[in-house]
Ligand binder design. Structure first.
Ligand code: AR6
Ligand code: MG
Length: 308
C-alpha cells in the first residue's frame, strides 16, 4: 500500500503527457527531495483499506459507497475522474449508488480504471483464496464501475496483487502462469485478450514505449491494468525500475504507477521502499498505519483460507 501511494504520487507529476523525458523522471524519482502529493488513487485506497479493516475483511456495498463519496466530498481536489466526481456528488445528494453508477455514460457504466486503482487492499487480505479475492474485488468495483471491462480490471488487479504477495521474491516470476491465473477470473474476452499479450512482451524485453504502443496507457481499465502488470512483470524485483517503467509509458501515469507499486510492494519486503520516498510521501504514516492494520487481520477473520 505504501508503494502504491508512492507510485501514485510519483506518477502524478507526469499524468497526461505522452512520453516524459527520462532524465526528468529519473531526477524526480531518485534525486528530488520535494514532497510527493498523492491523488484520488490513494485517497480511495485508504477508504477501502479502512472499510476492510473495520469489517474484518468483509464488504458492505452501501457503507463503502457512502464512505467513498464522503471522502470525495471532504477532499475533492485530488484529480478524480469526471464521472467519478459526478457519481459521488449524486450519492452524497441521496441517489442510491446502484442507480447512480448504472446511469453513468448513457447507461454503459464507467470503463475507467478507478475501481482497479483502489483495489489493492482486497488482494492483500491475509489468507484469502483467489476466488474470494476476485469475488470481493468485483463487489467493491460495482459501486462505481459497472462496465464489464472496469469490473474485470478491478478483479485482475486484485488477483495480481494476491499472486504477487504469494510469490517468492528474487525467484523468477513466470508471466505465463501469472496471466493464466488471472484470466481464470475474467468475464470479458477483451480483458483476456489484453492480458494474454503480456507474456510475449515480457519475454522479448519490451520497452515502456512498446508496451504503451501495444497495450495502451489510457484511463480505461482495459489499458491501464495490463500496462501496470507489464511494468511489474518486466521488473519484478527492482521497485524503482518498475515504477520508472510505468511512468515512462506516459498517459495515466499516476494510476498505472500506483497499480505497479501495489504489485511490487506485495512481492517485495519493506526494505525495498526507498527511504527518501517514505520521507517525501504526503501522509506516509497514515498509509503505514492503514496497511499495518490490514496486515494484522487474522486469516480466519479475513475470510476463507487459501485452500477453501
Ligand atoms: N464512455 C466514455 N468514456 C468513459 C466511459 C464510458 N463508458 N467510462 C469512462 N470513460 P471515471 P475513474 C472515460 O470518470 O475510473 C483519475 O485521474 C471518461 O473520460 O469513471 O475513477 C484517476 O487518478 C471518464 O472521465 O473515473 C484515474 O487515473 C474517464 O474515462 C482515473 O481518473 C474516467 O472514468 C480514474 O478514473
Ligand atoms: Mg489519480
Amino acid at each position: 500500500m505504501v508503494l502504491a501511494a508512492c507510485g501514485d504520487a510519483l506518477g502524478a507529476r507526469f499524468e497526461g503527457r505522452e512520453a516524459a523525458d527520462p532524465t526528468e523522471i529519473d531526477d524526480w524519482m531518485r534525486r528530488s527531495t520535494q514532497a510527493m502529493r498523492f491523488t484520488d488513487d490513494t485517497s480511495s485506497t485508504l477508504v477501502l483499506a479502512d472499510h476492510l479493516t473495520r469489517r474484518r475483511g468483509t464488504i458492505n456495498e452501501d457503507d463503502l459507497a457512502e464512505q467513498l463519496a464522503r471522502e470525495w466530498a471532504r477532499d475533492p481536489d485530488r484529480g478524480y475522474g469526471h464521472g467519478a466526481a459526478q457519481l459521488y456528488a449524486e450519492i452524497v445528494a441521496g441517489t442510491p449508488w446502484r442507480q447512480a453508477a448504472a446511469d453513468m455514460f448513457d447507461g454503459q457504466g464507467s470503463y475507467g480504471n478507478g475501481a482497479a486503482m483502489r483495489v489493492a487492499p482486497v488482494g492483500l487480505l491475509p489468507g484469502l483464496a483467489l476466488d474470494a479475492v476476485a469475488g470481493r474485488a468485483r463487489r467493491t468495483a460495482v459501486i462505481s464501475h459497472q462496465h464489464p471491462e472496469a469490473l474485470d480490471g478491478a478483479v485482475a488487479q486484485a488477483v495480481a496483487t494476491a499472486l504477487a504477495a504469494l510469490s517468492i521474491q528474487d525467484t523468477p516470476l513466470d508471466a505465463d502462469r501469472v496471466v493464466a491465473a488471472i484470466c481464470e477470473h475474467m468475464q470479458t474476452a477483451e480483458f483476456r485478450t489484453a492480458l494474454r499479450r503480456l507474456p510475449a512482451l515480457v519475454a522479448r524485453g519490451a520497452t515502456s514505449a512498446d508496451v504503451a504502443g501495444e497495450v495502451g496507457n489510457g484511463v480505461a481499465a482495459l489499458q491501464a491494468v495490463p500496462a501496470a502488470l507489464a511494468a511489474f512483470l518486466r521488473n519484478p524485483d527492482d521497485v524503482p525500475a518498475a515504477i520508472g517503467f510505468a511512468i515512462s509509458m506516459g498517459g495515466d501515469t499516476d494510476t498505472i504507477a500506483s497499480m505497479t507499486g501495489a504489485l511490487c510492494g506485495a512481492r517485495r519486503a519493506e526494505k525495498d521502499l526507498p527511504v527518501m520516498w517514505g520521507l517525501r510521501l504526503e501522509g506516509a504514516s497514515r498509509v503505514w498505519t492503514a496497511a499495518s492494520a490490514l496486515a494484522r487481520l487474522a486469516p480466519t477473520e479475513a475470510g476463507a483460507p487459501r485452500h477453501g
